[in-house]
Design a protein. Structure first.
Length: 218
């Protein structure tokens, strides 16, 4: 059996934009609806997909308001906890676009590169090998013009998010890992411009499945 760790933020956690808007607090899509659940179903019993999503998680940056969101702090213990891992899928960068961090896309990609290096030196693959790695460029940030509170928190994030895949692809190439641009596959919900609807989760899960199959059949 192949073990696949999916390390991400609220779109890996499964934030449901419609249900959350109605409830007024974070609500998740069902297990089978989330892209990780779709991935598990598509890959079948020969794979175990491990979902590690956290709302607000950054690549490697400390959030001055929300504690515990630094992906770089949590990644290594997470790898050790779930080892041996055949593949680690990383999809982060959206929260790095928040106004409070004032980061250009290149710095965000540098943060992702640091995570890739941590995985590569972790020896958490089978027989203390290095797990294979798939870096995902996160979905774009949608138009926030009609959402003033979010627009303030994510100033200029729409443009920066669309620039991010190019920087992340370069980071993946330099690290010698696999890459998938999810912006060619999915779009965020117009309800909040950040999170994926059930249909988009399905699209993403199937796209990642195709990438995973290619990785293990090369």
């Amino acid at each position: 059996m192949k073990h696949v760790l999916c390390f991400g933020d609220s779109n890996t956690w499964g934030w449901d934009p419609e249900a959350t808007a109605l409830a007024g607090f974070p609500v998740r899509h069902g297990v089978g609806i989330r892209w990780t659940g779709v991935l598990q179903a598509a890959l079948g019993s020969g794979f175990r997909v491990i979902e590690e999503g956290l709302n607000g998680r950054t690549t490697v940056f400390e959030d001055p308001i929300e504690a515990g969101r630094n992906g770089g702090t949590y990644l290594e213990p997470c790898l050790w906890s779930h080892m041996p891992l055949d593949l680690v899928v990383v999809m982060l960068g959206t929260n790095d676009l928040k106004t409070r961090f004032s980061l250009p896309p290149g710095d965000i990609a540098d943060g992702a590169s640091k995570l890739l290096r941590m995985i590569q030196r972790s020896e958490t693959g089978p027989d203390r090998s290095t797990p294979k790695i798939l870096l995902l460029a996160p979905p774009p940030v949608g138009d926030l013009e009609g959402m003033p509170e979010l627009a303030e928190k994510f100033k200029d994030a729409t443009l920066k998010s669309k620039q991010l895949p190019g920087f992340l692809e370069r980071a993946a190439l330099q690290a010698g890992v696999h890459f998938l641009d999810t912006q060619k596959v999915v779009r965020p919900s117009p309800l909040d411009g950040l999170h994926l609807s059930a249909d988009e989760h399905g699209k993403l899960g199937r796209a990642v499945m195709e990438a995973v199959v290619r990785i293990f059949t090369r």
